[in-house]
Write a protein that binds this ligand. Structure first.
Ligand code: SF4
Ligand code: SF4
Length: 442
């Protein structure tokens, strides 16, 4: 029987990790559908940003309640899952609390006590998160883009995490009573021990079933959680790390001008300008991009696609977006969610056909409307607010660039201004030569 347990556990590990790495491969392939972008500069700064923002959760505490609760869940979850090391060894080799022998009983008591305290804090934080979402109805967590799957996804994760913590306490409580009866207690369990009176009423067989059941529930739950990430916004617990590393380190507000356009403008402003000066030495001065801007995920760069997978759907961006606050249709969170939805659809298309087969859809219009895109003031507030350094504005900007440069379909007011710039090198409707006419007025 013991060997059957060990073999089942081994199968669980192989299947759990196998599926997880398959999903990871698919996600990487999807991100690589984007265009190349060079973010290999300032490596030291990038490591520091990742350490501060992803590992240290530096931006989370700007909203202290949610931030502190999130840090507790994050830290607690990591610490409680240190227990996994012990579960793996016990599961594979049939040992019982093998770390007690490695650490010595004194250290092991401290270790198990810390795990229990952290598990308790995680459970309380999760309960508060659930209440904020479903009872207090915090506005940014109950907006219309979250209806349906996103809301269920968030709640499911809370339920899974809470259940894992309960299984942990159940395992410790029943095991503690069994160890006490055998006179061989390993570990100190401040919360589980307090339930001694309840569990001591059960017979040995029931306790063994409870302990083993909770043990299996915990480990199966962890593998389930790991594989569920692929479908969930909780993918950010992995992707936040590369996402912050590859973040845009330039000052906000600095846009990526196109060399070909810059050259044209320079020539327009100064007919004597050298047409080769604006381009890099080895570049073809007349080269133009295949397409200006983006109307589908293939036109976005890899970091923008990584952004889409890293979005936590927290809504901090939307909560500070002036367009959204003033009742416009735009929500930067929805921009990221729609980009991910489209990317996932493209990924499924590739899975099915071996390569992407045109499905007649595009990110622009089918997922993100023009009304949303033109509502943006390009203020960067969403970028500033994002706790994992996502840049929704860069996607909005590329899609607007497509509409303007490929389709000439900007709103009337903008078209007029751009025509004036093109003809008069100024946004007004009169010739440059007439600029100083106002000075002639009496
Ligand atoms: S940049 Fe655009 S999307 Fe972002 S907060 Fe400002 S208006 Fe909203
Ligand atoms: S883009 Fe950033 S701030 Fe906005 S919902 Fe996603 S993670 Fe939150």
């Amino acid at each position: 029987m013991q060997y059957i347990d060990n073999i089942l556990f081994l199968i669980l590990i192989v299947v759990g990790f196998g599926l997880f790495f398959k999903s990871l491969k698919e996600l990487t392939r999807n991100v690589n559908l984007g265009k190349d972008i060079d973010r290999s500069d300032n490596k030291n700064e990038r490591w520091a940003v990742m350490g501060r923002v992803a590992l240290g959760q530096g931006k989370m505490v700007k909203r202290p309640v949610a931030g502190i609760l999130h840090i507790l869940v994050y830290l607690g979850f990591i610490i409680v899952n240190l227990e996994l090391a012990e579960i793996f060894v016990d599961g594979l080799f049939g040992t019982h609390r093998f770390l007690a022998g490695v650490l010595g009983l004194g250290f092991y008591n401290v270790f198990t006590a810390v795990l229990e305290v952290m598990a308790f804090l995680v459970a309380v934080s999760i309960a508060i998160f659930f209440i904020r979402r479903n009872i207090i109805h915090i506005r940014r967590l109950n907006m219309k883009e979250l209806l349906g799957w996103p809301k269920n996804d968030a709640n499911w994760i809370l339920v899974i995490e809470f259940s894992l913590m309960m299984a942990f306490f159940l395992m410790n409580s029943s095991d503690f009573v069994l160890m006490t009866r055998e006179g061989d207690v390993k570990g100190y369990f401040p919360f589980s021990q307090s339930l001694f009176g309840v569990f001591n009423g059960f017979g040995d067989t029931t306790l063994h079933i409870l302990e083993k059941g909770a043990w299996w529930f915990h480990i199966i739950g962890v593998f389930f959680f790991m594989n569920y990430l692929y479908y969930s916004k909780h993918l950010h617990i992995i992707f936040a790390f590369p996402n912050t590393w590859f973040a845009n380190l330039q000052k906000k507000g600095k846009f990526n001008n196109l060399d070909s356009v810059t050259k044209e403008i320079k020539l327009m402003m100064d007919p004597n300008a050298d047409p080769y000066a604006a381009a890099p030495a080895d570049a073809d001065p007349n080269a133009v991009p295949d397409k200006f801007g983006a109307n589908d995920v293939f036109d976005l760069n890899k970091v923008q696609l990584l952004n889409a997978y890293s979005c936590t759907e927290c809504g901090r961006c939307t909560a500070v977006c002036p367009a959204n606050i003033t009742g416009k249709k735009l929500s930067p969170r929805r921009i990221m969610m729609a980009t991910r939805d489209r990317l996932e659809e493209v990924g499924k298309n590739i899975n099915k056909n071996g390569k992407f087969v045109d499905d007649g859809k595009k990110l622009l219009d089918d997922y993100i409307s023009r009304e949303e895109l033109w509502a943006c003031t390009t203020c960067n507030a969403c970028v500033e607010a994002c706790p994992v350094l996502i840049d929704p504005l860069s996607i909005i900007f590329e899609m607007r660039r497509f509409m303007v440069m490929e389709q000439s379909s900007a709103p009337q007011e903008l078209n007029l201004m751009m025509t004036n710039i093109e003809n008069n090198a100024a946004p007004w409707q009169y010739n440059q030569a007439d600029r100083l006419n106002w000075a002639n007025e009496n």
